[in-house]
Design a protein around this ligand. Structure first.
Ligand code: BG6
Length: 489
């Protein structure tokens, strides 16, 4: 079925339309959908914010940002079609009049509305109240919520309760943009369309798993938000735990949203708790100090603009996670994520078990185990490390490690890598929730993460410093070395 066949004309209302996410991601994603012919011809995009724009100045801002954040030259005809959909509505979230004015704008529009909350979660409740008072919520509408949903389990329940007073779960799309990435989506295909991996994906064959999301950027002027969150809430509670769930889940019965989400939830529920008794042994938190990146000196976290120099907020986390179920008994999942690391690099590495007996010991005393690396970004692709005979008559049975390498940019050279937000926007418009996070998943993830944060706070230890441009604190190496293993570099 053509994607447009299942899409009805919608009004897409972006709250926080002048903000960073809207300018960098949402408007460019919608433009790309336009370019691909995937927006219904009657759909409109209504930007809502407190700022003093009118339609023209909002269009100017949008075009300027499209030019900045889209690397290809914009297509003039497509751009003209796109900006014709843009409408601006100034609105203060606490003002009834603002919502009345929005109601007027929407009265001339489409029956299906997508409310995109690209604002701090603290105002989600006020937006819902305003929409309800202006009679702007119907069963047709959808709401998209950005992470982080809350600061802990309790605050996330409050936010979810505020929104679910007006929208039922089938109308709520909680974004974790990693779920929209091509390579993350491909995990389902890799695991469940290839019998080779389906049958070898458990404690019998896998020794351990490493999941790394390393970023070279620092906090990019977001001190206020970031210092309150830290890497645990900003990245681990959502992106890393979602990836872990997809790697570890049982095969879903089908691709429907609830089949997938039921299986992911079971994994989150099976995570062994980490608390005061074992937090030191299972986790490491770090904070970047000054250092060098690509030859340039960069400041430490405590020297960033607006910094509180006593902050104990972590910018790096490493965790040894264990899943207490039959499939993963005895298979640790080592997770790590940090800012200002040596390079932007995200991958999942599946380390298979070693051969029980080595018949090639004359040429190779210790046979390395196979490893499957799924490169999430950049250079999206996969590689399988295998042992291979060195060709040639003289070399007899000399063997060496080699790689079966599938690089997406080579294999699909003519295909543009779609940005996660583009895909997720389209899924919302099509009413498909599979790539969005259900409330119980968010809450289960908080449950696990809260206990770690609580244990850190109780210990009162400072995060371990690491030089910007490195791979994290030394103690993160010890975390895995204690198990006679090492991080993939
Ligand atoms: C966001 C975090 O969710 O993901 C940011 O809030 C982080 O701190 C970003 O930089 C990373 O996303 P990506 O797609 O660039 O890996």
């Amino acid at each position: 079925m053509n994607k447009l066949d299942c899409q009805s004309a919608s009004d897409i209302i972006i709250f926080g339309a002048a903000g960073d996410l809207s300018r960098r991601k949402l408007l460019p994603a919608l433009y790309q959908l336009e370019l691909s012919g995937l927006l219904h011809q009657d759909s409109r995009i209504i930007g809502v914010a407190r700022s003093d724009f009118d339609n023209n100045s909002f269009v100017e801002l949008a075009v300027k940002n499209l030019k900045t954040f889209i690397s290809e030259t914009l297509d003039e005809q497509v751009l003209a079609k796109f900006v014709a959909r843009l409408v601006y509505q100034k609105l203060d979230f606490s003002s009834t009049d603002g919502f009345k004015a929005l109601a007027k704008t929407l009265a001339q529009g489409n029956d299906t509305r997508v409310y995109y909350f690209s604002t701090p979660p603290a105002v989600y409740g006020a937006i819902c109240d305003g929409l309800d008072a202006a009679k702007l919520i119907t069963a047709n509408d959808r709401v998209v919520m950005e992470k982080p949903i809350g600061h802990c389990l309790e605050s996330s329940k409050v936010i979810n309760d505020q929104v679910s007073r007006f929208f039922n779960e089938s109308q709520i799309y909680r974004i974790d943009h990693y779920l929209g990435k091509e390579t993350v989506l491909n995990l389902l295909v890799l695991r469940f369309a290839n019998s080779l991996f389906t049958s070898n994906w458990d404690h019998n064959c896998i020794d351990h798993v490493q999941i790394t999301i390393a970023e070279s950027v620092g906090i990019e002027g977001r001190w206020g938000f970031y210092d309150d969150a830290g890497q645990m809430r900003d990245m681990m509670q959502n992106h890393l735990l979602q990836i872990l769930s997809l790697v570890a889940m049982e095969p879903p019965a089908d691709l429907s949203a609830d089949s997938i989400r039921d299986e992911k939830l079971k994994v989150l529920k099976a995570l062994r708790p980490i608390n005061r008794s074992n937090v030191k042994e299972k986790t490491v938190r770090g904070q970047y100090a000054d250092g060098f990146l690509k030859g340039h000196a960069v400041p430490g976290y405590l020297q960033e603009e607006g910094a509180n120099e006593n902050s104990k907020t972590e910018t790096f986390v490493a965790i040894k996670a264990e899943i207490d179920n039959w499939r993963w008994a005895g298979v640790p999942f080592y997770l790590r994520t940090g800012k200002r690391m040596a390079q932007k690099h995200s991958e999942i590495a599946i380390h298979f078990k070693e051969q029980p007996h080595n018949i090639f010991s004359d040429s190779y005393t210790e046979l390395p185990a196979n490893k499957l690396t799924i490169r999430l970004q950049p250079d999206e692709g996969m590689e399988l490390q295998v042992m291979n005979k060195i060709p040639g008559i003289a070399s007899q049975m000399n063997i060496q490690e080699n790689k079966l390498d599938l690089s997406f940019s080579k294999a699909y050279a003519d295909t543009r890598v779609v940005d996660a937000y583009e895909r997720l926007m389209l899924e919302v418009l099509n009413g498909n929730q599979s790539l969005f996070v259900r409330r119980d998943e968010v809450e289960q993830a908080w449950h696990w993460v809260d206990s770690i944060i609580e244990a850190w706070q109780t210990s009162n230890d400072k995060p371990k410093p690491y030089a910007a441009g490195s791979w994290g604190p030394v103690s993160s190496i010890s975390l895995i070395a204690r198990d006679d293993r090492q991080w993939d570099e």
